[in-house]
Each structure stands twice: as C-alpha cells, then as structure tokens.
Ligand binder design. Structure first.
Ligand SMILES: [Fe+2]
Length: 282
C-alpha cells in the first residue's frame, strides 16, 4: 500500500533558482538561504521517498489567461523544465508517475473534486525551485514527481478549506493505491510577499510565524482564513499559501514538526520552510 509519510512546505522564489543556476549560492546574500536547506536535503536523502506529489502554481508558463484550471494534475510520463524567458533551467526533466497520477485523478474526480487532467506540460520555477532546494543538483532527480498545479494567479483561487479537503482526498487516494510506495507531499509558494503596487516588498514575519505554528497547532483554524486576510496580512502573492493547506490536509491530524527555517529577505520575499512528519497513529 502506498503511504504518505511526511509533508514539506517551502517558498519557491524564482531568484533562488537563478542563484543556483548561476553558481551564486555561496555569496553572502544567498549563503544563509541555502544553508537553511542543508538539514532538509539530509532528511529527504535519508527518507528516500519513491514519489513526491508536488503542489505548486504555474506562473503563466504552461498555462496562460486563455486557460485557467483551478487544480491541474500532471499525468504524463515526464515534464520538462519551462522556458520562463531566460531559457529552461538547467535541471533534469521531471519523471512522472502516470499510473499513480491516473489513479489519483480517478479517485479525486469520483470524490467530487473537479481535477483537470494534464497529459503534456512544462514545469516552471514553482516546481523546479523546491526540487533544487530539497534534492540539490543531481544529474537525475532521485524521485518520481506528480505535479499538481493550483490557480493562485487569477482571481478566484480556491479557498484554503477547499485545498485542505483536497489534501484529505489525496491521502485517501494514495492509501488505496496497491503498491508499496513512500510518498511525500510538497506544498509550495509564499510566504508573505507582494510583487507590485504601493505595498510591493511587503513582508509580515508575525503572520508567517503564526501560519507556520498553526500548521501543527491549529490547521483547521488556518482553513478559515479568507483570501482577503492573506492579501491584507501577507500581500497579494501571499495567497499562494493556500497551497500549503493541500499538503497539510494530506497528512494525519497529528503531525510532528521536525524542521523549520525562515529567512528574510530572498529577492523581495520571505522564505519559509517546514517539514512535518505523520505521527504513527492516524
Ligand atoms: Fe509563485
């Protein structure tokens, strides 16, 4: 039986990918950011998951305003890195897991989540930056990846509550997959940041820390945050954090926080990162 054993949340700042690709990770500005992910790389190398279900958002790379799926599940055998204007990132092509992805699509849709099935797409920094932060720079990614792209770019994004319940449905689907697989769910995006307008550069450390605390302490409380509160407290792009609630919903009610990292600034964003492990008893 497949089993979700842990969840990872992390920001997916594009400049982090550029710092890696341009060999700038040891510069004083970037060094503390990458230092913060060293324990995480060891943790995941030790865990050796078979599959990552990677929740992220596409930034007008695979999708545009012509087509805006709320939840798009990657069912293809592989996903090449997207060209976001400077050529594709020099990272390996992501290997998918069509059998499990199609099983997820079937289970989720029959569970009344209207998932868009995607058989061809490229993946942008929203997916590749978390991969680089967690797995470094290998010739091939050591894990298969099922991308789950969430619309948090064009209003209206899904509610946090919808995301949390989707996570629960993902957990049910994974546990019904008849193969022994260790699965980790990534929730990406955030933390507080705003890229445009008079409040560009907004960071709200207090909100971010409270959000990180409540992933363990009161995740159901987090599901009640309306979009306007994310916007007001965490900036217009802070609403990406609803994606973390898919990861949280996919875990047990009781989880243990095994690692946390928070750093400001990286680009004009707060970098937040947390690792939660399922307690053994569900
Ligand atoms: Fe993003």
């Amino acid at each position: 039986m497949a089993k979700i054993v842990a969840g990872v949340a992390t920001s997916h700042v594009p400049a982090v990918g550029a710092a890696i690709d341009n060999k700038r990770t040891h510069e004083p500005y970037w060094q503390p950011v990458f230092q913060g992910y060293e324990p995480s790389k060891k943790w995941i190398a030790n865990l050796e998951p078979d599959v990552v279900i990677l929740v992220y958002n596409d930034h007008a790379s695979a999708f545009s305003l012509e087509l805006i799926p709320t939840f798009a599940l990657g069912c293809a055998a592989e996903f090449a890195p997207a060209d976001e204007g400077w050529g594709p990132r020099p990272v390996p092509t992501v290997q998918g897991y069509p059998e499990l992805a199609w099983h997820l699509a079937q289970s989720l849709i029959l569970d009344e989540f209207d998932i868009t099935i995607v058989n061809q797409m490229t993946v942008d920094h929203g997916l590749t930056v978390p991969m680089s932060l967690m797995f470094g720079e290998p010739a091939e990614w050591p894990v298969r990846v099922i991308p789950l792209a969430v619309n948090v770019v064009q209003y209206p994004p899904p509610t946090g509550n919808r995301c949390f319940n989707l996570g629960k449905a993902i957990r049910k689907a994974v546990e019904a997959f008849d193969e022994d697989l260790t699965v980790v769910v990534f929730g990406t995006g955030g933390m507080s940041h705003q890229l445009q307008g008079p409040r560009a550069g907004l960071i709200n450390k207090e909100f971010d820390h409270r959000f990180l605390d409540n992933l363990t302490r009161d995740p159901v409380g987090l599901t009640r945050l309306p979009h306007v509160e994310y916007m007001r407290e965490a900036g217009s792009e802070g609403v990406e954090m609803v994606m973390w609630l898919i990861m949280r919903g996919a875990l047990n009610d009781q989880v243990e926080e095994v690692y946390r990292f928070y750093h400001v600034p990286a680009s004009n964003t707060a970098v937040g990162h947390i690792i939660l492990e399922n307690r053994h008893a569900p």
